[in-house]
Design a protein around this ligand. Structure first.
Ligand code: NAP
Ligand code: GDD
Length: 339
């Protein structure tokens, strides 16, 4: 396909974990991919540096409607993937107003620009399993009621409903992907999975001794980001717009994640309070994982487990990477990364 015939995809959040995998997959499909990036004093492109020759980047900010409108009006994209957000749950307790503006109202700004200047654009909204919060049922599906438990999740609830509203009110092709946690070697370092895989690697190299975590009993349905961005694209190729859950159908605790990660490197774990010496090490030099209250949240989401049967039936999406394989992929990467 020549570049003139290529479909145009505009991606917000292209410098993030999901944005980088999605950009790779869209380029492989011969899309013209344009990423919206915000200004920063230092480069934020490390996840997409390998793609910079093939991508176009334009400046924009989810908090600034004019920049979004100009981009959409000029590009008239065939598809718009809104992956940009203040995406950290704990951070949202410290910056609730900012999170509401960027993660919530930012979506309205995009939808208004699409409605006004590019109504043929197919719109993907990065909705989240955090919407289920204090879960009403197990597993959670497209019909499970929401009970958000953080300013982040409340902002995502606004974003979810405004996306549905613009679909119903104005006939836009607008989809919510309700994605359960998905991880990768490109995951931000402040999320628990990457924090653990990096710590395991650094401890193996002797650069770190202990690991301090919050709630070890929190349970998540963790999948691989590469599988999930494939699902985003499939949603925008559907005959009719809809909302879809993407999940693996398995849930594991933070504790289990640690056990697999450290076992991968032949490190023995010692949980806090059991036979720890004055250096913070367990018997025979085993590695200490300590619980630190600073990582606890004012209100927690205890258990997430998704039911992705609707998307499998309707679009044929299934995850390919399992839990243990995901943990090992991250640890193996970080062993090299921290060497
Ligand atoms: P991420 O790695 O934190 O990336 C977030 C992206 O948003 C970055 O590119 C960031 O740019 C951009 N961004 C932040 N604030 C912005 C602003 N004010 N204006 C424009 N761009 C802004 O997140 P992710 O894990 O890839 O997740 C992608 C999306 O899916 C997010 O909306 C997240 O909430 C949602 N989600 C994620 C998961 C998951 O498990 N990963 C599950 C469900 C839903 P900088 O590089 O400049 O910071
Ligand atoms: N970040 C972090 N750091 N979390 C910890 C820690 C720690 O030291 N110790 C325990 N946890 C627990 C958290 O309390 C939470 O229950 C769980 O580990 C996962 O935390 P995160 O990795 O920060 O992810 P999250 O589940 O809160 O949010 C992620 O997934 C959502 C989808 O369900 C983010 O990617 C969100 O953007 C996304 O919407």
């Amino acid at each position: 396909m020549s570049s003139q015939q290529s479909k145009i995809a505009l991606v917000t959040g292209i410098t993030g974990q999901d944005g980088s995998y999605l950009a790779e997959q869209l380029l492989e499909k011969d899309y013209r991919v344009v990423g919206l990036v915000r200004r920063s004093s230092l480069p934020t492109s490390s996840r997409i540096d390998h793609l910079l020759g093939d991508l176009e980047l334009i400046e924009g900010e989810l908090g600034d409607g004019g920049s979004l409108t100009r981009a959409i009006r000029r590009l008239q994209p065939d598809e718009l993937y809104n992956l940009g957000a203040q995406s950290h749950v704990q951070v949202s307790f410290d910056t609730p107003e900012y999170t509401a503006d960027v993660t919530g109202v930012g979506v309205l700004r995009l939808l208004e620009a699409v409605r006004e200047f590019s109504p043929q654009t197919r719109f993907y909204q990065a909705s989240s399993s955090e919407l289920y919060g204090k879960v009403a049922e197990v597993p959670q599906s497209e019909t499970t009621v929401f009970h958000p438990r953080s300013p982040y999740a409340v902002a995502k609830a606004y974003a979810y409903y405004i996306t549905r509203n613009y679909r119903e009110a104005y006939g836009l092709f607008a989809c919510n992907g309700i994605l359960f946690n998905h991880e990768s070697p490109r995951r931000g370092e402040e999320f628990v999975t990457r924090k653990i895989s990096l710590a395991a690697a650094r401890i193996k190299h002797g650069h770190q001794q202990t690991l301090r975590l919050g709630n070890l009993d929190a349970s998540r349905d963790w999948g691989f980001a590469g599988d999930y961005v494939r699902g985003m694209w499939m949603m925008l190729q559907a005959e009719t717009p809809n909302d879809f859950v993407l999940a693996t159908g398995e849930t594991h605790t933070v504790r289990e994640f640690c056990e697999i990660a450290f076992a991968r490197l032949g490190l023995r774990l010692q949980w806090q309070g059991v036979g720890v010496d004055e250096r913070g090490l367990g018997p025979d030099g085993s590695v200490l994982v300590a619980v630190d209250k600073q990582y606890f949240r004012p209100s927690e989401v205890d258990l997430l487990l998704g039911d992705a049967s609707f998307v499998e039936r309707s679009l044929g999406w299934r995850p390919e990477v399992g839990f243990a394989q995901l943990v090992e992929k991250m640890v193996d990467h970080d062993l090299e990364f921290t060497a």
